[in-house]
Design a protein around this ligand. Sequence first.
Ligand SMILES: O=C[C@H](O)[C@@H](O)CC(=O)C(=O)O
Ligand SMILES: [Zn+2]
Length: 271
Amino acid sequence: MQNRYACAPEHVKTMDTTELRERFLIEDLFQPGEVSLVYSHQDRIIVGGAVPTDGPLTLPVPAELRATNFCDRRELGIVNVGADADVTVDGTTYTIQNKGCLYVGRGAGAITFAAPGRFYLFSAPAHTSYPTVLVQPGEGDQRHLGEAATSNVRTLNRYIHPDGIRSAQISMGVTQLAEGSMWNTMPAHTHDRRMEAYLYFDVADDARVVHLMGQPEETRHLIVGNEQAVISPSWSIHSGVGTRAYTFVWAMAGENQDFDDMDHRTITQLR
Ligand SMILES: O=C[C@H](O)[C@@H](O)CC(=O)C(=O)O
Ligand SMILES: [Zn+2]
């Protein structure tokens, strides 16, 4: 498991492209035949990618967790960005459709992933246990956002949240841009109560997303390709513009689970 420490905003101001990418962008999360994990000290979340090929893959229990099972003290959200495929938790099999989500509560035992899925993982420490629940695309709470005039028509699906799949601290969902729309989360916001991670997917091979990060008055950008993830500290904006439409998984952890508790910034405040 890769380890990434948290960075202060004063440090981020001084970073060049290479260092920004090393610290905040995860380019190689989806490796054929492997489960890849990155431990971030931003709220101690773990992001991962599981790409089963020849046979099912078992979620490893990295030594860094000092645990017997991955979910001994953690909960886990899984979104399938590949074709419909099975995940087995403690002997129960769930078929997650493309863009569907499985929540795995604290206390779960062995977790395995089957082909042809491409599974994105987001995990956080959990103080209590909630049931393992599957939600398929379209079954979450949907918000239709944006306008053609601002090139940000999109559908936001909330899966793990206080009125949906319950969790100890994870909030998680999928936002899909309409054809011809390119912007997400502009006007931008921060939420000092929560960190957030984005996984951009369904990005065309010859397309990129320009992800905006940093303090609102001191922004930086990352050029992001398909199935690459970005770690967004609580003090950072997280917004993106693609060279064409794309989809992303967003997931948060931290002090609260109040989705609308955001510190909004106007477009003209950004620097
Ligand atoms: O705090 C919430 C997150 O930034 C995302 O849910 C935003 C998003 O999906 C969107 O505006 O399209
Ligand atoms: Zn946010």
